[in-house]
Design a protein around this ligand. Sequence first.
Ligand code: UGA
Ligand code: MN
Length: 373
Amino acid sequence: MFLGKRMGLIFAWGTMCTLLITYLMLNHFDSGFSGMAHAKSGGGGGSGSSGFLSFILGQKRKPPMFPKPSQELVHDCNSSLVYNARPFVPELPIIYVITPTYSRREQVADITRLAHTLLHVDNVIWVVAEDSQECSGLVEKMLQRFGMPYAHMTSPMPNIYRKDRYKPRGVASRRAGLKWVLKHHNDNDGKGIVYFADDDNTYDLALFDEIRKTERVSVLPVGFVGGQGISSPVVENGKVIGFTDDWFAGRKFPVDMAGFAVSVDFVTVRTNASMPYWAGYEEDVFLQTLGVDLADLEPLASQCTEVLVWHTKTVKVPQPKIMANHYEHSNLNKLLDDVNFKGAGIAGPKKGAKELKYCMDGIICGDVHHHKK
Ligand code: UGA
Ligand code: MN
């Protein structure tokens, strides 16, 4: 009896060990992109050694960093390469600002703010790529009105990444934007610089004078990144000797998307350059696939002593449902059409819609609040 129980236990342990060893071996041989062993090693949710942890915890394995070409669907909406808002300055390099965007309540406000920054900058071609199946009429209308050269396209996140806990946001758009630039920039245009500008950040105009100096790959500090509020190269005697950042996580280049620029010529010759679909590791893997070393990085912003860009976020608030059943001869109906179109609210006599609040005829509106101390 005793012996039988013991044999059973040994048998169970044996089976467990065999299963574990088989799993580890399978996992080992399925570690994906060969050159990227370093980038994967610290990977939150990556495969390789952490894949085993995922197995124990019953989590899903991460999909690959790079999808099959058939999984990336890029569609051109419209483009205009005419310099209407400000004239082209032949002696200055072109800056291709690649901006991922997606439809949401804050989109019009964010895009407006970024556009009104870019409208102060010479030789910007704005490459706007939407995370969507369809070209947004709203975005197209805005781009036409701003009067700067632009290319508008759709580049939805491949479905295999949509279920990810940490979605690689904006990657499909940056990849599509970069492809567009490599296809459309020609040497007669002079020098070209690529900068990945998320639609919700805040950019000092001096940033653009800086990134225009990029020879191959330039880097600079970014404010409001992580708990320490700053992510920056560490520079000594004009050379990048390291980085300060709140989150290292196995990265060789712990930089923010807003913290670097690359020249079109350099990306053209580094044909391996590819931004991965891997949240948190987009910049690092991209810079690694460009094949640069620390010593190659060109520090900008007065040797990285100035913050010229901030990783800001616009507060997300659910769209309120509103309607206006009064003052039908006033501005309100048309105004609510615009609110609807630009997405600040959902306007119209829908279920759950709240009537707007009014204060008319110059009376004192509402009661004075006596705020409790
Ligand atoms: C941070 C980094 O700054 C991004 O470069 C990085 O892509 C992102 O994290 C990530 O790895 O997920 P964060 O401010 O947290 O950015 O993200 P968002 O501003 O929400 O998105 C980054 C860009 O992607 C924006 O331009 C946004 O419009 C776009 N986006 C966001 C999409 O295209 N689709 C989405 O579903 C969400
Ligand atoms: Mn953002």
